[in-house]
Design a protein around this ligand. Sequence first.
Ligand code: SF4
Length: 290
Amino acid sequence: MKIEIDENAGFCWGVVRTIEKVEDVLDSNPNSKISILGEIIHNPQEIKRLADKGLRTVSLDDLPKFGENEILIIRAHGEPPSTYKIIDELKIQLIDATCPLVQNLQKLAHKYYETGTQVVIFGKREHPEVIGLRGVCDDKCVVIKSATAALEMVDFTRKTLFISQTTMDGKTFDEIEKNLIEKFKMHSSTDLLSVNKSICRFVSGREENLRKFARENQVIVFVAGKNSSNGKSLCNICLSENSNIHFIETADELEKNWFDGVESVGITGATSTPEWCLNEVKERILHLNK
Ligand code: SF4
């Protein structure tokens, strides 16, 4: 049986950057308590690896308890302005590891919102990145998950900016955009609509390679945290090419019978799946099939 790890899988640039920053802060501040606001990525194994090195995961409620010798890190997803205000008021030492691509998107949304433009975001309302985007628009933006929702929630007579959470699916974005254009044509003018397809190139660039990888292997093992939005979206792309797919979080979930009579297995994952996790899965499959 041939077992191949997808060479395009693994952490995206933004996540690598955040983890490097975290490890650097941990190494250079051995006497300080280091915390991150919210899970660093949706991957329990990587969270545990960093927790073993001393990284604590905290919530907003923990901030008032911070002492002088504590450092807080903001993760790649970013935070709304209200969080920065709390950190500032509590005089907490901060290291901001927000992904620069997310930062730019926040700036764009804020710039349009400030001029009275309706900001429409394709994304999940409670996703941390969307919470940040909502925050820069004083939560007066429209968040939609589907083309139908767009038709119900958008005011087609206002100047509008249409953007996306960076990890959403490109095809659905295009569908929504098409619907919005039609509706603006009908109710006012398409001149009112500005579109920025802000899906991260580390996610969208993978789509094509992933489809090919899913077609080329008989069985696909997709490794990602169960809460990973990017993981679900990439796994669905694989599923549209190959129905023989197993979504797992750890190698412990593998079952021997998935590989009975199988000639080729492809192992891939989300942008939050560490390379060592993919290697572990490969080793376990080899072991199961000895
Ligand atoms: S997926 Fe893209 S936008 Fe999101 S953290 Fe990674 S590099 Fe940044």
